[in-house]
Design a protein around this ligand. Structure first.
Ligand code: HPA
Length: 289
């Protein structure tokens, strides 16, 4: 059992994920000192960005949240902090869970769904990704303008979402908010835009898969983000997503792709990226939809 006698059973299908996320949202509002305005998900290697956002005013372990599984991926701490950035309450999750850990989509999106139901109208998703083209710079961020969801899964599969939520056939033509993208490009015109291929993993790609993904129109590849973006958009949140490009994808560089290297590159770049995230949050009012 979790806090206040809530069962720790993770969500599975049907409308249960939404009910469980609503319960988790109540815990979040309580433990974070009120409803968050912004939710930031820190991906692999991004942990050091949190320190640049500001001092945590409140913190809870993801294990205290009804329905949240234990993260098992390296570089994912398992906590949610409330940080005040330019007068806004920002909830920062370090502890993403992935499909490749064996979780169903409802579990993968549970943290983000709960934070949106708790009040977050803006969701910032970060991740580590491999470059699919030689011209994509490695070691810095790219701004997602769109994605290819190649996981074969969706958080909207199952019985209809319960009222008052929207139905399942949602438009995803502008999943990554144009106003937020404009704001980032204005704050740092050197950050290129990219199409993200979201794959299941956990193995990295073969060179043939890398060449296929590039031909399909993707610029970077990673193992997260796409399901969370769909779930948050379904609930009406505005989404910004940034990938830290940690490596050339398989076949684009002489050596093998190394998971340790992915985390190491992330650690090096995460602090300045935290400063960029703080500037984005501070200027959200300058990003009309
Ligand atoms: N492929 C998939 N996911 C990744 C990669 C990659 O090359 N690098 C970081 N995450």
């Amino acid at each position: 059992m979790g806090p206040e006698g809530t069962p720790r059973r993770p969500p599975t299908g049907g409308d249960e994920p939404f009910r469980l996320a609503a319960r988790a949202a109540a815990v979040l509002r309580d433990r974070l000192g009120g409803p968050p305005e912004v939710a930031i998900v820190l991906g692999s290697g991004w942990a050091a960005a949190e320190a640049r956002l500001g001092r945590a005013r409140a913190r809870l372990a993801t294990s205290d949240l009804p329905g949240y599984p234990r993260p098992s991926a390296p570089g994912h701490a398992g906590r949610i902090s409330a940080v005040e950035v330019a007068g806004r309450r920002v909830a920062v999750i370090s502890g993403r869970v992935h499909l490749y850990e064996g979780h169903p989509p409802a579990v993968v999106v549970h943290g983000v769904r709960s934070l949106v139901l708790a009040g977050a109208r803006t969701v910032v998703l970060t991740n580590a990704a491999g470059a699919l083209r030689p011209e994509v710079p490695v070691g810095g961020p790219v701004l997602l303008r769109d994605h290819l969801n190649l996981t074969g899964r969706s958080p909207l599969v199952g019985p209809l979402p319960p009222a008052p939520h929207r139905g399942r056939f949602i438009d995803v033509g502008q999943l990554y908010d144009p106003g937020l993208r404009r704001l980032v490009r204005c704050l740092d015109p050197t950050v290129p835009e990219a199409v993200y291929a979201g794959v299941l993993g956990p193995q990295f790609e073969t060179p043939a898969e890398v060449s296929m993904l590039a031909r399909l129109g993707a610029d970077v590849v990673g193992m997260s983000t796409v399901l969370e973006a769909i779930a948050a958009h379904h609930l009406g949140a505005r989404i910004l997503a940034l990938s830290l490009v940690t490596n050339p994808a398989s076949g684009l560089a002489p050596g093998p792709v190394d998971g340790e290297e992915v985390l190491r590159v992330g650690r090096g770049a995460a602090r300045p990226l935290g400063a960029l995230l703080a500037r984005v949050v501070a200027q959200l009012d300058e990003a009309p939809a």
